[in-house]
Design a protein around this ligand. Structure first.
Ligand SMILES: Cc1cc2nc3c(=O)[nH]c(=O)nc-3n(C[C@H](O)[C@H](O)[C@H](O)COP(=O)(O)OP(=O)(O)OC[C@H]3O[C@@H](n4cnc5c(N)ncnc54)[C@H](O)[C@@H]3O)c2cc1C
Ligand code: FES
Ligand code: FES
Length: 488
C-alpha cells in the first residue's frame, strides 16, 4: 500500500492540531488527558448519559464542485480519537467569547437549567448541534436532540424550557445564525473545504493499530495482511474494548471509504452504504420507508445514532437488534465484498447462530439493499422499559401485501425470542389467504408460540416474552386498522 501517516490532523475549537494519539483511545480520553480540556464530563463512559457530548463538524461533498458542512452531536466516550482526523471538534470550551456567554449557555443560565452542572456541558453541546444542523427545529426535534442527556439533579423541565426559549427565539429570528455559530467556523470550513486528499492514516502502538483506508482496494489489502476487526461508528466495539476488555488489536475504520456512507433511493430499491449512520439512513428514507425512520428513532439516543451505522447493527448480530427484524420483514439483501469479489446474501440467511454470521474474515458489508413497494403495509414495534436509551426485551416487525383485507403475502419477524433475529416463516405462512382481522391475529399467535420458544433472562421471563409476542401481533393489526382507516 502507498505511504501512510501516524499523526491525526484536526481542528479543535477553531485551531488546527496535529498530534499522535493512541489507536484505541477515545475522544473523551484525549480531551480530558493530553488536551487538558476537562469541561467535557465523563459519566458512564458507555454512551448512556450524554455528559461527554461534543459536536463534530465535517465536510460532505454536495456535488463535484461544492461542499457542505454537517454538524452532529456525538458521545465522545464512544468515538475513537483517530476518527477525529480531518474533522472539527467543538467542545464547551470553544463557545464563550471572553466574558460573553454563548446564547445557549445564557439561556441555560436564564432558565435556571443547571444545578450541580455536571450534565450542563453535554446539554449545551447537544443544543448547539441541533441549531447548527437544523434550520427549522420542531419541538419534537428539540426533545430528540436532548433525549440522550441525563440530568441527575432532575432539571429536565428547566432544560426543556431553555431549549424551547432558544427554539422560538431562533424561529422568530431574535437569535441570528451569526450569534449561534462560533465565529471561527467560517474560516475552518474554508480550510477543510479546500483540503486535498491525504495519505492513509495508519497508527501503531505496541500490539494495537488503527487504519483508515480510503478505497475498497486499500481495505481489501489491509484485511489480507492482518487479523483485524472492522470498525464503523464504534458504538458496539468501543464499549466491547473499553468496558469488557475485548481482545481486539487491529482496527480498520470503514468511515473514510469513498461512497460507503451514502444512501441512494431508486425507483425499486433503497441502497444503503455499509458505513451510513443510523441518523443518515433515518433522514434519507423518511419519504419512502417511514417505518425504518421510526424504528431507528426508537434506538439508543440521538448522539449514538449519529455515530452508529445500520451495517454495524446488523453485523453485531445481537438477538435484540432493533433494525434486524424490520429488515428481515422488508426482505433486505446484503452485498458483501471480499478477496474473491462480491456476493449477495439475503438477511434471512445471514444469521447462523448466536453472534455468528455468514461473513468471511476478509469480507465486509458494502451495501444493504431494500426493495421498495408502495403497496405494502409495514409496522415495527419495540417493547423496552424506557422510550429512549434502552434496548428491547422483545421487538417485532411485519410486512403485508393486502388486497383490501385479504393477506396476499406476509413476512413476520421478531427479536429477543431466539439466539438470532428471527424470521417467523411458519407464522408468516399461516397468514396467507386469510382476512386480516382479530381472529387471524389470534390464530397467528398460536402458530407463533409454537414456532418461537423464548427463554427467560434479566429483561423478562419466558412467559412475559410469550405475552409480548401476542401483544406485538395485536399492535401490528391495530396499526394497520389505523393506517387504513378501517372499522375493527
Ligand atoms: C448507549 C447505547 C445504546 C444503544 N441502544 C441500542 C438500541 O436501542 N437498539 C439497538 O439495536 N442497538 C443499540 N445499541 C447498539 C449499537 O449502537 C448499534 O448496534 C449500532 O448500530 C452499531 O453500529 P456501529 O457502526 O457503531 O458498529 P461498530 O461498533 O463499529 O461495529 C459493530 C460490529 O459490526 C461490525 N461491522 C460494522 N460495520 C460493518 C460492515 N460494514 N461490514 C461488516 N462488519 C461490520 C464490526 O466489526 C463489529 O463487529 C446501543 C449502543 C449504545 C452504546
Ligand atoms: S460518559 Fe456517559 S455517554 Fe459518554
Ligand atoms: S444539573 Fe446536575 S446533573 Fe444536571
Amino acid at each position: 500500500m502507498e505511504a501512510t501517516r501516524q499523526a491525526i490532523e484536526f481542528f479543535l475549537n477553531g485551531k488546527p492540531r496535529q498530534m499522535e494519539v493512541s489507536p484505541h483511545s477515545t475522544v473523551l480520553e484525549l480531551l480530558r488527558g493530553p488536551l487538558a480540556l476537562p469541561g467535557t464530563k465523563e459519566g458512564c463512559a458507555e454512551g448512556d448519559c450524554g455528559a461527554c457530548t461534543v459536536v463534530i463538524g465535517e465536510k460532505k461533498k454536495k456535488n463535484e464542485s461544492e461542499n457542505i458542512f454537517s454538524y452532529r452531536a456525538v458521545t465522545s466516550c464512544l468515538m475513537l480519537a483517530p476518527q477525529l482526523d480531518g474533522k472539527h471538534l467543538l467542545t464547551i470550551e470553544g463557545l464563550a467569547e471572553g466574558e460573553h456567554l454563548h446564547p445557549i449557555q445564557q439561556a441555560i443560565l436564564d432558565d435556571h437549567a443547571t444545578q450541580c452542572g455536571f450534565c450542563t456541558p453535554g446539554v449545551v453541546m447537544s443544543l448547539l448541534a441541533l441549531f447548527l444542523d437544523n434550520p427549522q427545529p420542531s419541538q419534537e426535534d428539540l426533545l430528540a436532540a436532548l433525549e440522550g442527556n441525563l440530568c441527575r439533579c432532575t432539571g429536565y423541565v428547566a432544560i426543556k424550557s431553555a431549549g424551547e426559549h432558544l427554539r422560538t427565539d431562533w424561529l422568530l429570528e431574535k437569535i441570528k445564525a451569526k450569534d449561534l455559530r462560533p465565529a471561527y467556523l467560517e474560516e475552518v470550513e474554508k480550510i477543510l473545504g479546500a483540503e486535498k486528499e491525504k495519505k492513509v492514516l495508519s497508527i501503531r502502538e505496541g500490539e494495537k493499530s488503527f487504519h483508515a483506508p480510503r478505497t475498497a482496494a486499500q481495505l481489501r489489502h489491509l484485511l489480507s495482511i492482518s487479523d483485524s476487526k472492522l470498525l464503523n461508528g464504534g458504538t458496539d466495539i468501543t464499549v466491547a474494548i473499553k468496558k469488557h476488555g475485548a481482545p481486539i488489536r487491529n482496527l480498520i475504520d470503514l468511515t473514510s471509504i469513498e461512497g460507503m456512507s451514502e444512501v441512494r433511493i431508486g425507483c425499486e430499491e433503497v441502497v444503503i452504504g455499509g458505513a451510513a449512520t443510523l441518523r443518515k439512513v433515518a433522514r434519507e428514507v423518511e419519504g419512502v420507508l417511514p417505518v425504518l425512520s421510526e424504528a431507528i428513532g426508537k434506538m439508543a439516543s440521538h448522539q449514538v445514532r449519529t455515530l452508529g451505522t445500520l451495517a454495524g447493527n446488523l453485523a453485531n448480530a445481537s438477538p435484540i437488534s432493533d433494525t434486524a427484524p424490520l429488515l428481515l420483514a422488508l426482505g433486505a439483501v446484503l452485498h458483501l465484498e471480499g478477496p474473491d469479489g462480491s456476493r449477495k446474501v439475503p438477511l434471512s440467511e445471514f444469521y447462523r447462530g448466536y453472534k455468528q454470521i455468514d461473513l468471511g474474515k476478509e469480507e465486509w458489508i458494502s451495501e444493504i439493499r431494500l426493495p421498495l413497494s408502495g403497496e405494502k403495509f409495514h409496522h415495527f414495534e419495540k417493547v423496552s422499559k424506557r422510550r429512549a436509551l434502552d434496548i428491547a426485551t422483545v421487538n417485532g416487525a411485519i410486512s403485508l401485501t393486502l388486497d383490501d383485507r385479504r393477506i396476499l403475502a406476509a413476512k413476520v419477524a421478531f427479536g429477543g425470542v431466539a439466539a438470532v433475529p428471527f424470521l417467523a416463516e411458519k407464522t408468516s405462512a399461516s397468514l396467507l389467504g386469510r382476512e386480516w382481522n382479530l381472529e387471524t391475529v389470534e390464530f397467528a399467535s398460536t402458530v407463533a408460540l409454537e414456532e418461537m420458544r423464548p427463554i427467560g433472562d434479566v429483561r423478562g421471563s419466558s412467559t412475559y416474552r410469550k405475552d409480548l409476542i401476542e401483544g406485538i401481533l395485536i399492535k401490528h393489526f391495530l396499526a394497520c386498522v389505523e393506517e387504513k382507516g378501517w372499522e375493527q
